[in-house]
Write a protein that binds this ligand. Structure first.
Ligand code: PSU
Ligand code: MN
Length: 307
C-alpha cells in the first residue's frame, strides 16, 4: 500500500485486500447523508456492502469522520453519517476544509474517486453521477464529478447520470473531457430510474472482463483519466421515462422558484422527486445501487487478475 497522510484510516480488511491484490470496491457516502432519507440510507449502505462481499470483493465506503479520512467505515460510523443533519457534502474543493477543521463530511463521486485513487482503490460503485444541470447555460452548474472523471484513474459504475440533469449535455461534456462512457449490455445510455434516455450508448460492452480489458488498455496507453460504466437499472425495478419526466419537470421548476442553488440542488431535487413519486423513485434508487455494486465487484475481480 502507498504511504498515506497520518489522518487516513484504512479499514483492516481493505488494507489486507489492497496489499494482497484482492478486489476492492469503493462506495460513496453523499448518497447516505444527502441522497436518501434515514433509515433507508443506512439500510441501503449496509446491504450494498453485503452485496459487494458476496460478490467476492471487499467494500470500502469512503467519508471524512471528525476530520479523519476513512477508507472503509464501521457500522457505527455509517449510522452517524446516516442520522446527522450537519454532515458536510464534500466535493474536491471542500475536502481539505473538512480534514483541517475536523468536520464530518460525506464524499460525492468526485471526492470519493480522489480518495479511492490515493488509497489505491480502482473501482467504485454509486447510484448516479452528477452532471450538467438543466438550465446550465444560465447557472453554469456542472458537477465537479465530470472533471474528476477526466483526471482521476478510477472506474465508476453508475446507472447513468441522474435523469433530472441535462443528459445530452452531460454526454457532450464527458466527450469533451475525454472520459469514456461505456454502457453495459445496452445500446442506449440509461437515465438512472429508467432504462431508456433516447440517447445512444457512446460505447457498449457485454461483460465485466471486456470492461476490465478496456481499463487496462487505458493505462497502457498512458491515459490517466477515469472511465464511466453505465449499468441500466433492471427492467423489473425501473420507472419508465414517460412517468418520471413530469415529476422531474415539476421538481426542477419548484427548485428554481425556491431559489435552490449550488450543492443543495441535487439533494433537494432527489427529495422532492421522492415525494412526487410517493417513494417509488427511492425504491428504484436503492435497487439500482445494489445492481451497480454487483457489477463493480465483478469488474474489480477481473482487474485484480490482470494487475
Ligand atoms: N447518486 C445517487 N444519489 C446521490 C448522488 C449520486 O443515487 O445523492 C450524489 C453523488 O454523491 C454525486 C452528487 O456526486 O450527488 C452530485 O452532486 P452535485 O450535482 O452537487 O455535484
Ligand atoms: Mn452543482
Amino acid at each position: 500500500m502507498r504511504e498515506l497522510p497520518e489522518y487516513f484510516d484504512v479499514a483492516a480488511d481493505v488494507a489486507n485486500a489492497l496489499s494482497s491484490g484482492a478486489p476492492v470496491v469503493a462506495l460513496e457516502s453523499t448518497i447516505v447523508s444527502h441522497g436518501m432519507p434515514y433509515p433507508e440510507n443506512l439500510e441501503t449502505a449496509l446491504a450494498v456492502e453485503r452485496i459487494v462481499r458476496k460478490s467476492g470483493a471487499v467494500p470500502a465506503t469512503i467519508a471524512v469522520v471528525g476530520g479523519r479520512v476513512k477508507i472503509g467505515l464501521s457500522e457505527d460510523e455509517l449510522e452517524r453519517l446516516g442520522r446527522a443533519s450537519d454532515v458536510l457534502k464534500l466535493s474536491r474543493a471542500d475536502l481539505p476544509h473538512a480534514v483541517a477543521s475536523r468536520h464530518d463530511g460525506a464524499t460525492t463521486v468526485a471526492a470519493t474517486m480522489l480518495l479511492a485513487d490515493l488509497a489505491g482503490v480502482r473501482v467504485f460503485a454509486t447510484g448516479g453521477i452528477g452532471g450538467v444541470h438543466r438550465g446550465s447555460e444560465r447557472t453554469l452548474d456542472i458537477s465537479a464529478d465530470l472533471y474528476e472523471l477526466a483526471r482521476t484513474p478510477v472506474t465508476v459504475i453508475c446507472a447513468g447520470a441522474k435523469a433530472l440533469l441535462d443528459l445530452p449535455g452531460t454526454l457532450e461534456v464527458l466527450e469533451t473531457l475525454g472520459v469514456p462512457a461505456i454502457v453495459y449490455r445496452s445500446d442506449e445510455f440509461p437515465a438512472f430510474w429508467s432504462r431508456e434516455s433516447g440517447l445512444p450508448a457512446p460505447l457498449r460492452y457485454d461483460s465485466a472482463a471486456e470492461i476490465a480489458r478496456f481499463v487496462q488498455t487505458q493505462r497502457t496507453l498512458g491515459l490517466r483519466s477515469g472511465a464511466l460504466v453505465a449499468n441500466p437499472i433492471e427492467a423489473a425495478d425501473e420507472i419508465p421515462r414517460s412517468e418520471m419526466e413530469p415529476c422531474i419537470a415539476a421538481a426542477a421548476a419548484e427548485a428554481q422558484e425556491a431559489g435552490i442553488r449550488g450543492k443543495a440542488v441535487t439533494p433537494w431535487l432527489l427529495e422532492r422527486i421522492g415525494r412526487l413519486t410517493s417513494g417509488r423513485s427511492l425504491a428504484a434508487n436503492v435497487a439500482l445501487v445494489k445492481n451497480n455494486a454487483r457489477l463493480a465487484a465483478e469488474i474489480a475481480a477481473f482487474m485484480a487478475n490482470t494487475a
